[in-house]
Structure formats: structure tokens, C-alpha cells
Write a protein that binds this ligand. Structure first.
Ligand code: SAH
Length: 364
């Protein structure tokens, strides 16, 4: 049986080493063997778990957040509600259910799911069949019809392929993937230096750039500025641009060698929120955050919601709700409240999105 590893080895043997960016892109999105293309990676039996899979409260709170944003936009009808990389569709399903308390919002919704994986799109379809709201799929933001939009994405940016550069003898060289002597893959650096990168660093340091992320922020910010709307992106990453290799592979909830099993494990890189914010701001959109996921969820009411649900539940379920709340909000080891961050983009005519702090006005 051919695997992605075989294909990559053949490609490298034929054409020479490939960039880390290309390696990550093939690993995740190869049409036949890409990681997301033919599996359900989430949950206890999968490779990793995400906030919407940990608790229904995550999607519910984001659904209510979206309803409030919609009303601050002047209640446009229709409004595009777009989710980026929806996974199993859990977040959207919980969001639409919670939004039942704002029927006018639900009635105005035109839901679009931006998803590259046919397997996951099929799961989303099944889960949302009886959501009571029309749902359509797109491969890119361009396919979503014009008009005001509310865009949400959890763990979308971290799945976009990054380029890595390594400091070697006082120069930056692109990190590559080559064949090793044992019929496997190994990291290497390109023979020519990248003379346009200005940053200084110690020998061996790694610099990461997310070109697809930047392109996406330009496209998203540009759309919100022209057509109106707000976006919420939640991911794990750092608030301040820094150096370091953050490429990581997860299989069955354990870290594995990112080169060992391409297409068989999840491959991600931490999101450089400062860099993403710079590209978004360059479009003229207002950018809020990044703020810690824990602070965001508390600001939009996770404590009240935990309490309300726990009061109606039996003791076991109440205990489970509190545990889930702590995992999403807590800032200790193994908790997601500080590791994950939220950023919002908005058209400048709109007020500060719920949960975020106002930012000083910048000239348009
Ligand atoms: N938001 C979900 C899933 C996160 S995993 C959750 O929180 O559980 C990343 C998701 O993004 C998957 O659904 C994957 O198939 C999708 N994806 C990855 N790259 C993409 C791209 N370039 N365009 C659209 N979707 C993409």
C-alpha cells in the first residue's frame, strides 16, 4: 500500500528537498492521504480534542456572542455566519441551538462552513441536518456570497502551513525536509541564505512565518472593511512575536516526531497573534486582542452558564460541567485558558465586540 511517506520520499528523490511549508501542506491537505482528508481526528478515540468537543458551553457562548454582534451590526438580514475549519460541526451545532433564544437572528442566518476535508464536511452535514437553518459549504472565503458577515474559527489558523528559517553561521536559511540514510525523512536547511530577513538571532534559532495565515488575514480584514462584519479567531499561540520551533505532531493525544508519519498525525504550529494582527490591521479593520481564552469566556458568561446548567443537572453531570469549565478557562498546566487566545477583527464603524477591551482609535 502506498502511503504519504512513500509519496513524499519519491517526490524528494526526484526533485530534491521540500520546504517545511510544503511538508505540512501535503501532510494535512494531500487530496488522497492528507491527515484531515479521510478521518475524524477528534475526541477521546482520536488524536486530539478541542474546546467545542470538551463542552457544549463553548459553542453555545459563541452562538450568543454572535447574536449580540449581529444586533450591534444593526440586525442585517441576511447575515452570513461563516465558520472556518468546523471539524465535526459541534461548535456550529451548539451555537445554533443556543441562538434559539434570539429567533430574529436565527431567521436572518445564512450559514457557511469553510472546510477542505470531504470526510469532515460529511460529518458536519449530518450533525446540522436538523439544525433548522440552511447551511452551505465553501472551500474559500471568496465563495461565500457578498454581504455583512460574522466569521468564527477555532483552531483554524494553527492548521495552516508555516515556513521555518534557521539561523546558520549568521544567516537565515529555510528549513527543508530531505531523505536520510535510513529510508526516512530528516530536517535540513536550504543551501542559499534568505538575505531579506532582517531579524537577528543566536545560532540555531528558528523563525516561523505563516504565509497562508497572512494571506487569509488580508482577505478576511478586507472583506469586513468593505462589506461589514466581525470575526472571532481562537487558537493556541503567542501574543508577542518571538523565535522558536513550534511545529508539533499529535497522535492519540501524544507528541510524536513530526517527520515520522506524515498524514497519520495532526501537524500544527503555534499562531503568532501579533503577526496575524499586523496583517489584519493593515486592511483598515479594527483588531481587538489577543486576549486569553479564559478571560474571553468569562467575559461572555461561562461562569453563569456553568452554574445554570449545573443547577439543572444531576451531581455527576454538574461535576463534569465544572471540570469542563475549569479546563477551558483555567490557566494552569494542562488547562487551555491561557495557552489559547482570542482575537477579533471588526469593521471600524462597529462597537467593540463583546468580551474584548476597546482599543485606541487608529487613523483609517
Ligand atoms: N474547529 C474545529 C476543528 C479544528 S481542526 C474544532 O475546534 O473542533 C482544523 C479544521 O480546519 C478541520 O476541520 C480541517 O479540516 C480544517 N481545515 C484545515 N485547513 C483548512 C483550510 N485551508 N481551509 C478550510 N478548512 C481547513
Amino acid at each position: 500500500m502506498t502511503t504519504l511517506l512513500d509519496e513524499m520520499k519519491a517526490l524528494i528523490a526526484l526533485k530534491g528537498p521540500i520546504t517545511v511549508e510544503r511538508y505540512m501542506e501535503l501532510s494535512l491537505a494531500h487530496p488522497e492521504f492528507g491527515y484531515y482528508m479521510n478521518r475524524d481526528p477528534f475526541g477521546a478515540t482520536g488524536d486530539f480534542t478541542t474546546s467545542p468537543e470538551i463542552s457544549q458551553m463553548f459553542g453555545e457562548l459563541i452562538g450568543l456572542w454572535a447574536a449580540e454582534v449581529w444586533s450591534s451590526m444593526g440586525a442585517p438580514n441576511p447575515v452570513r455566519l461563516v465558520e472556518l475549519g468546523p471539524g465535526r460541526g459541534t461548535l456550529m451545532s451548539d451555537a445554533l441551538r443556543a441562538a434559539r433564544i434570539v429567533p430574529e437572528f436565527r431567521a436572518a442566518l445564512d450559514v457557511w462552513l469553510m472546510e477542505t476535508s470531504p470526510t469532515l464536511a460529511a460529518m458536519q452535514h449530518e450533525l446540522l441536518l436538523d439544525a433548522g437553518v440552511a447551511v452551505a459549504w465553501a472551500q474559500s472565503l471568496k465563495e461565500v456570497p457578498e454581504g455583512p458577515a460574522i466569521v468564527i474559527g477555532n483552531e483554524f489558523l494553527d492548521a495552516l502551513p508555516v515556513r521555518q528559517f534557521v539561523r546558520v553561521n549568521g544567516q537565515w536559511r529555510e528549513r527543508m525536509v530531505r531523505l536520510n540514510d535510513e529510508d526516512g525523512l530528516a530536517f535540513d536547511v536550504a543551501s542559499a541564505p534568505e538575505i531579506y530577513i532582517r531579524a537577528n538571532a543566536r545560532e540555531g534559532e528558528v523563525l516561523e512565518v505563516n504565509p497562508a495565515g497572512h494571506r487569509f488575514m488580508f482577505e478576511l480584514g478586507g472583506r469586513l472593511v468593505k462589506q461589514g462584519g466581525v470575526a472571532l479567531l481562537i487558537d493556541y499561540g503567542h501574543a508577542v512575536t518571538g523565535l522558536g520551533d513550534t511545529l508539533q505532531a499529535l497522535r492519540a493525544h501524544r507528541y510524536v516526531d513530526p517527520l515520522a508519519m506524515p498524514g497519520e498525525c495532526d501537524l500544527t504550529a503555534h499562531v503568532d497573534f501579533a503577526a496575524m494582527a499586523r496583517s489584519a490591521a493593515a486592511t483598515g479593520a479594527a483588531v481587538y486582542g489577543p486576549i486569553d481564552q479564559g478571560d474571553f469566556l468569562r467575559a461572555i458568561g461561562i461562569d453563569l452558564r456553568t452554574k445554570a446548567l449545573a443547577e439543572r443537572a444531576g451531581p455527576d453531570r454538574a461535576e463534569e460541567l465544572h471540570r469542563a469549565r475549569n479546563r477551558l478557562v483555567g490557566k494552569g498546566k494542562g488547562e487551555m485558558g491561557a495557552l489559547f487566545k482570542a482575537i477579533a477583527l471588526a469593521n471600524r464603524r462597529l462597537p467593540t465586540p463583546p468580551g474584548f477591551h476597546p482599543v485606541a482609535a487608529r487613523p483609517a
